[in-house]
Design a protein around this ligand. Structure first.
Ligand code: G6P
Length: 614
């Protein structure tokens, strides 16, 4: 939520800032703004997208070798030009950009108003920059110290960057709860700051991930990091592995489509080197190191939000089936506020593409406090969740830019299947034959994913054309495919704004069946495994009420296909791998419907990708 980017060095900052904001636009696109230092402090901002900002700044003075930019997902205050960042201090000399929430802003604002401050916007961020200036004036300290003192008064979450007219060649950044990465340019002649590494990777591979409660200052090409408690820190420099092509569209019309088509590779990368099919062993460090813990586990609790929560639901079926261990899956936002019963012999797994989702992070902190072992399944390397957890596994799906999650979901499910198999093996619930078979099936999976992508798109487009103008969709699945129905429905509503609901197929008769008529498309995941006959009966119940059936079936299927209006085939595979194959046509269906409806598929309205507010 909200993207921030900053630069100081020997080059003009404007182009870097604009390109950086475009790369971070997935984090919010309610408004965008920049501030540049060149003797003066010039601020340009506009409601809407970075493109609107470019138009706003066109023909104006955009010179400056120090500057910063912000793309906003609104929390406090309507998404208009006044509330757009950067915000200025009372004198107008200091500017701030902010990702997060200052929870005690109302109290701070009241005190500042009494001290003679007046505010232009409704934002919490403006209060922060007024506070910093107030402290600097009254305590007679430099800006770095004023920021440090102010952050000691603030309750909430933030990643901020500050520049001041009186401190040319200086950027100050700080974080607590929201991410901030610092890039170090060649010969330390330029420095970058950003919410993630995507704006930076083109310029340097040397980055520092700021920790919570740390403040960094770059002043005349000299970097200093200290905590808000005034302890100096020695920065640890990471080497970025992400490549520039991975964050560009590569010839696809949208990131979402590119990411859907990347799935054979992202799934392969997520399991590569993690198991040995010949000697039937696992090479996942987290499984090896926690072997005795896993043997004594009483329960697994999985937390996540959105699509990641759906991956958790898929895992519940698979882990319970393989490892015979109870699994509970909870929305992180519910878990964190209900004093959950967590014991030391519980394993709490957080699933998160970004590794930054505020609710998931807070749920994990709570589980840690209660003594559970905490495990993270994340995609963004170096993000907050992997840094907090005892152990974990990255999904290796590569950067996911489209706001609606696609390849991250299938990579999460892939990693969770490996974990389920590994836990079952450690706990003696897996025969060698079953494991051998599972490894062979996993080996064949990327090729099957490729086959789905190659074979189903034409049919999906046909279905999309037929139903693009309906108001409602229903998605049904049973067992491990019930979460697939939820994910299919979520994808459609997120990007096409069609109301869609996912339901366990048998539950349909307890409510949604009342909605079925000749206008209602019902997508049913009906592979030849598990509950095939039961799902077939559910389909008949829909048909009897004139509903339209779009079925996802195993290739060669005749029975369900005969009563479906449209049939999309996937290759035959094991039960637990169907969620991966069946999800792909559903991703494509929502993509094509959204494109046909003229929606912005990569940046759907009101959504953001990295939800760093609760
Ligand atoms: C947002 C995104 C979803 C994502 C969810 C959880 O709502 O739009 O696509 O599934 O956050 O994000 P996470 O990064 O924790 O997986």
């Amino acid at each position: 939520m909200c993207g921030i980017v900053a630069y100081t060095g020997h080059n003009q900052a404007y182009d870097f800032l604009i390109k950086g904001l475009q790369r971070l636009e997935y984090r919010g696109y309610d408004s965008a703004g920049i501030a540049l230092l060149n003797g003066e402090l010039n601020v340009y901002k506009q409601k809407g997208k970075v493109q609107d900002l470019i138009e706003e700044a066109s023909g104006k003075n955009t010179k400056g070798t120090t500057g910063m930019g912000h793309t906003r997902w609104a929390t406090h205050g309507e998404p208009n030009q006044v509330n757009a960042h950067p915000h200025l201090s009372q004198s107008g000399d200091i500017a701030v950009i902010h990702n997060g929430i200052i929870e005690n802003f109302a109290t701070l604002k009241e005190a500042l108003i009494k001290n003679g401050h007046s505010f232009k916007s409704d934002t919490d961020t403006e209060v922060l920059i007024h506070l910093i200036e107030d402290i600097q004036k009254h305590e007679k300290v430099d800006l770095f110290e004023a920021v440090r003192l102010a952050l000691n008064e603030v309750i909430g979450a933030y990643a901020i960057v500050i520049i001041s007219k009186n401190d040319p060649g200086t950027i100050i950044g700080a974080r607590k709860g929201s991410p901030l990465v610092i890039g170090i340019g060649e010969d330390k002649k330029e420095y970058f700051m950003a919410s993630d590494a995507t704006p930076i990777v083109e310029y340097t591979r040397d980055v520092i991930y700021l920790d919570d409660n740390e403040i960094a200052q770059v002043k005349n090409n000299e970097l200093t990091i200290k905590t808000i408690h005034n302890v100096e820190k020695t920065p640890y420099i990471h080497k970025l592995e992400v490549t520039l092509d991975a964050i560009e569209k590569g010839g696809y019309e949208h990131f979402m489509l590119k990411e859907i088509f990347e799935q054979p590779k992202s799934i392969y990368d997520s399991m590569r080197g993690r198991f040995h099919p010949t000697d039937l062993t696992f090479a996942m460090r987290s499984l090896r190191e926690y072997e005795s813990k896993i043997k004594n586990l009483k329960r697994i609790v999985i937390v996540g939000c959105g699509t990641s929560w759906h991956a958790g639901l898929v895992a519940e079926y698979i882990i319970e089936d393989f490892a015979r261990l109870p699994v509970e899956v909870e929305y992180a936002s519910e878990f964190r506020y209900r004093d959950p019963i967590i014991n030391e012999d519980d394993l709490v797994i957080a699933i998160s593409q970004s590794g930054e989702t505020a609710d998931t992070l807070a749920a994990l902190e709570l589980a840690k406090e209660k003594g559970a072992t905490i495990y993270g399944i994340c995609n963004v390397v170096g993000s907050s969740i992997p840094r907090l957890t005892d152990a974990g596994a990255y999904t290796h799906a590569g950067p996911e830019i489209g706001v609606a999650s696609t390849k991250a979901f299938t990579a999460q499910v892939t990693v969770l299947i490996l974990i389920a198999l590994g836990i079952a093996d450690i706990r003696g619930k897996m025969t060698k034959d079953r494991l051998r078979h599972a490894f062979a099936e996993l080996d064949a999976l990327p090729e099957k994913v490729k086959q789905v992508l190659e074979s189903c798109e034409a049919k999906v487009i046909e279905v999309a054309k037929r139903y693009k103008d309906v108001d409602h969709f229903l998605y049904l699945g049973r067992g491990v495919n019930f979460p697939v129905a939820l994910e299919g429905a979520l994808k459609l509503k997120e990007i096409s704004y069609i109301h869609a609901e996912g339901y366990p197929a048998a539950e349909m008769k307890h409510g949604p069946i009342a909605l079925i008529d000749e206008n209602m498309p019902v997508v049913v995941i009906a592979p030849n495994r598990g509950y095939y006959e039961k799902v077939f009966s559910n389909i008949q119940e829909v048909k009897a009420r004139k509903g339209n059936i779009i079925s996802i079936v195993t290739e060669g299927d005749e029975k369900v296909s005969a009563i479906s209006d449209y049939t999309i085939e996937i290759p035959d595979t094991e039960d637990y791998l169907v969620p991966i194959l069946a999800t792909i046509p559903l991703q494509l269906l929502s993509y094509h419907i959204a494109v046909m409806r003229g929606c912005n598929v990569d940046q759907p309205r009101n959504l953001a990708k990295s939800v760093t507010v609760e």
